[in-house]
Write a protein that binds this ligand. Structure first.
Ligand code: SF4
Length: 709
């Protein structure tokens, strides 16, 4: 019987934070052909290599299709959903009864849909009574959140993608956008071809993005704040500050400028600290001073740092000082790594946020409690990701639910994380693959989750645009939506009414209603106009940028055009960064600085992209990039095996010699794990050092040793 060809479905790519629209044409036999959605404003029909290979990743061969529970004999055996839900409710309930609510935790993912995130956050913070609910987005952009909140009083991304079309100068710092946000980078390339936009790239490593730059600044690791302190001082010295804007809309410039002058007393000092030549610094500073329409995009090179929040604020400072924010072609712009890191922020999926961008203040605790009718609303912040796993290792957290993420590969000191997971009294993992490194950590229960193409809900991209992910394939086996599993546990614990959702649309409406609840405009996140969508309207909902304050409001929006911020006095804050230094310096034993990151054609731990031979062909084996002169000194040859070793772990990878690498610095991708290679899990080497404000780990600067094998 010939398969029935089904209608084309509009959905959203599950990979990076660009959030491209996808047209999926199911073939009726479990597959689908994939194309870019020409009507989606994030990509206008374009897809990168990963997005266009989505059709090659839809098979069920590697999928988890049934709940599995560990029996008394230690083996995993098929279980039914009813028993599985009962065992979670019992384990979490008993742990809370015996050890208190902070003995349980939920660890989420930027891969989840907003509805899944909302449900988990509500269960933990409202009904279990703990704020120990955090996410792998902590590893991705928590420093941006913290920087926004310090400067703006809210976690608000001011700009929109169209700013790249309208800018005369784009600065990319700590971002290999050509590989990691490829469709946005192509948009920038198109704008450059049209209007000659200047591009400055700042990165310790010369990447495909740096190769396209008009000016490339190879900054020393950890010295970004010096570069931007120097810029602030330069702007002040060259009469390039917007004093009318500063006086009307900001506070704190005098102190921050004094701090900048102390950190960057002159060009020679900045050049010494940053490793960028004085001539290049002057060229950059002059470009910034003379191009009003300037956008500064930053990504993990800024965020994944023990001083990430300070780096974010150093960038925001120069935009506030020039009044270049909230207007076309201007502003600081955080490029989020994951497809729904932003949605997680919106629902409060971070342990230090409540919900709908509300915080742990008495007024907002009370507001959320009343809205949810919550019996046990958490009244203080929970543990951020790294601290959460330290509490697990110390035995303070005894029951954990992991959803859609692979912390046994992705967290710093990943090997030690495995031991922590294995020590739990109760570990439940919601996954859509049958095996990965986290699933090898002896969970007590494994739940089959729906995957991309099967699940239904919303995601938010880097420019605050909410798009629908729609199901175009039937649920395989007994796989269920994550929000549904969470709701069942909530109901089993006795909270029927609070978790009575029948669909993702029900969850989304409640999320939108909470954003609107007692919101007189004093909170940035507002979906009032979407709170009454009926199911049919939710099904056809077009991509829309928040805030959506009234029904039918579909205009694209920038924030802060009126100079009105979400601080108590509505003024933005200048923030003075602390002295720039690496948390761990090199030593005789560990003479190299290891930088970690992504490659063009793989995503996270490769559970989906690894299924595509085409994607695997790009860079097929785990590797480390090293400067040729360092390689020569160590007898390392291109293609030879290298042993990497830090104070915490080791890995063996292939050498790639690259002049884009600074001497004394190495780069290795994060994608490989025990499931895909032997002894190539790079996060085993990374230290457990975090930014004191954001809690984001330092993934870009670990001292290591390298040796030819
Ligand atoms: Fe997907 Fe990002 Fe590529 Fe767009 S740029 S197709 S969202 S991976």
């Amino acid at each position: 019987v010939a398969p029935t060809v089904q209608p084309v479905m509009r959905t959203t790519c599950p990979y990076c934070g660009v959030g491209c629209g996808v047209l999926a044409s199911p073939d009726g036999a479990g597959g689908a052909s994939i194309a870019g959605d020409p009507d989606h404003p994030a990509n206008f029909g374009r897809l990168c290599s990963k997005g266009s290979a989505l059709g090659e990743t839809l098979g069920l061969e590697t999928r988890l299709l049934h709940p599995m529970a560990r029996g008394r004999d230690g083996r995993m055996a098929r279980a039914d959903w009813d028993t599985a839900i009962g065992s979670i409710a019992q384990a979490f309930g008993k742990t809370i009864e015996t050890h208190g609510p902070d003995a349980v935790a939920i660890y989420l993912s930027g891969q989840l849909l907003t509805e899944d995130y909302y449900a988990a956050n509500k269960l933990a913070k409202g009904f279990l009574g703990t704020a120990n609910v955090d996410t792998n987005s902590r590893l991705c952009m928590a420093s941006s959140v913290a920087g926004h909140r310090r400067a703006f009083g809210s976690d608000t991304v001011p700009g929109v993608y169209a700013d790249l079309d309208e800018a005369d100068l784009v600065v990319l710092i700590g971002s290999n956008a050509a590989w990691c946000h490829p469709i946005l980078f192509r948009r920038l390339e198109a704008a450059r071809a049209m209007r000659g936009t200047k591009l400055v790239v700042i990165d310790p490593r010369r990447t495909a993005t740096g190769d396209e730059a008009d000016l490339f600044l190879p900054v020393n690791p950890g010295k970004d704040t010096v570069l931007f302190a120097g810029l602030l001082a330069w702007l002040a010295d060259h009469d390039a500050l917007d004093h009318a804007y500063i006086d009307a809309h900001t506070t704190g410039l005098a102190d921050t400028l004094a701090g900048a002058r102390a950190m960057a007393p002159d060009i020679a000092a900045v050049a010494r600290e940053t490793g960028v030549s004085a001539a290049d610094l002057v060229q950059f500073y002059t470009l910034f001073a003379t191009h009003e329409r300037a956008v500064t995009c930053y990504s993990q090179g800024v965020n994944q740092s023990a001083q990430g929040t300070d780096k974010v604020n150093a960038i925001i400072n120069v935009h506030l000082a020039t009044g270049r924010i909230g207007r076309p072609g201007m502003g600081p712009f955080s490029l989020t790594g994951q497809p729904n890191a932003m949605g997680g922020r919106e629902v409060g999926g971070l342990a230090n946020q409540l919900a709908a961008h509300m915080n742990f203040t008495p007024v907002e605790i009370d507001r959320v409690r009343r809205f949810w009718q919550a019996p046990r609303l958490a009244e203080r912040e929970g543990l951020k990701a790294v601290a959460m796993f330290e509490a697990i290792a110390a035995g303070r957290i005894k029951a954990l639910w992991i959803m859609g993420t692979n912390p046994a590969v992705s967290l710093p000191r990943a090997g030690a994380m495995r031991e922590a997971l294995e020590s739990l009294d109760f570990l439940v993992v919601s996954e859509n693959v049958a095996s990965n490194d986290t699933l090898s950590c002896r969970p007590h229960l494994v739940l089959p989750a729906l995957a991309w193409g099967e699940k239904d809900g919303t995601v938010t991209n880097s420019e605050r645009r909410i798009s629908r992910q729609r199901a175009f394939l039937p649920p395989p086996g007994e796989a269920r939506p994550d929000w549904w599993a969470i709701a069942q546990v909530g109901r089993r614990l006795g909270f029927d009414e609070a978790f009575a959702w029948r669909s993702a649309a029900d969850v989304f409406r409640e999320h939108a209603a909470l954003s609107a609840f007692e919101n007189d405009g004093s909170r940035d996140f507002d979906l009032s106009g979407l709170a009454m969508l009926d199911d049919a309207a939710f099904n056809i909902m077009a991509p829309v940028q928040w805030p959506v304050r009234s029904a039918g409001d579909s205009a694209d929006k920038r924030f802060f055009a009126d100079g009105h911020f979400f601080t108590p006095d509505h003024r933005a804050r200048f923030v003075t960064p602390k002295p720039a230094r690496l948390a761990r310096e090199t030593s005789t034993d560990f003479p190299f600085i290891l930088n970690t990151g992504r490659i063009r054609d793989q995503w996270h731990t490769m559970t989906r992209t690894g299924l595509s031979p085409r994607l695997g062909a790009h860079l097929p084996v785990p590797f480390v990039e090293i400067h040729p002169s360092d390689a020569t000194k160590l007898g390392i040859e291109h293609g030879g095996l290298v042993s990497l070793r830090s104070a915490h772990g080791s890995a063996v990878v292939e050498a790639r010699l690259s002049v884009g690498q600074k001497r004394g610095a190495l780069f290795a991708p994060i994608h490989w794990s025990d499931a895909t290679s032997s002894n190539a899990r790079i996060n085993d080497l990374v230290a457990r050092i975090t930014d004191p404000v954001s809690g984001q780990p330092e993934s870009k600067a670990t001292p290591v040793a390298a040796m030819a094998l």
